[in-house]
Design a protein around this ligand. Sequence first.
Ligand code: BDR
Ligand code: CA
Length: 324
Amino acid sequence: MPKHIIIDTDPGIDDSLALLLAAASPEIVLDGVIAVHGNVSTEQTTKNALSVLELAGLSQVPVFKGCDLPLVKESLLSPETHGNQGLGYAQLPESATQPQLKHGSDFLIEQIMSHPGEITLVAIGPLTNVALAIRKEPKIVQNVKEVFIMGGAIQHPGNTTALAEYNTFVDPHAAHIVFHSGMPMILTPLDVTYQCIFTKDDLNRLLKINSPITKFIADSTRFYMEFHDEYQSIDGCVINDPMTLALTFMPEICDYQDLVVDVDISTGVGLGNTFGDFYNYEKKPKNMKVAMGVRPRMFMELFLERMEKLAQKNRDIPKTTVLS
Ligand code: BDR
Ligand code: CA
């Protein structure tokens, strides 16, 4: 039975790759996409989600706009990482489909409460919408099947401050609400995503297929690779978000540890820092499973094969001359 999935996202280059992976994965049914502020404004993440879904052949999937701002802090966009429009050098046509009128957090509540124990939530942006939904309807905590979260850096340096990962830094208060909610959570932190680099060789393999899908991947990741090179001296780019989605149907990509994980919401240099209580000093019950080990090639092969399949389905047909 395929898993019913809702993706909460801020596309974003790697978010877009996660949407493409969803389109290419028969193990899941995508019930809806909720846009959140983050890499670009919510206005733009909503547009990007619609355009990428259309590119992927998923324009029937409803898209909902979520929160424009973090719960407490000011917003922090990331044009240096994802470009001013969020998709690097890629330019997609505006989708013919409009976002739904309902707020994303209300859609999430409605879906979880009307399908108890069936909805898997994949949150790959700041956790604002999810925290708001918990505050509006706390019963979703017992009724969601599981929540996969891309966020945090447990024993790894931050990618936004020395200590904090982007999604938890942008809305640490939302992350705090979600982490302490009691939802069944699986965290994919930078500890594992930074071991999976999408390289130029990987891209060249995909570019053997001439398709709008491979063109999009090339144009978006070229920008992302330039960012990784300039800011982190990484040759290639880290595709955090599709890896998080992949764990919903191929958990064996990672090894997990049950941990007490918290996020710093004090106002010092550690704001947004996520930390695990490895020696159980606090004597608190573990609140999540954390991916701490990874088989990078297993994920990368899965990703590349799925992108190849999707691209094959959407090949550019060479123009033929019609003889009369
Ligand atoms: C996370 O931050 C964003 O820039 C990416 O889309 C990903 O979700 C990685 O820290
Ligand atoms: Ca993201």
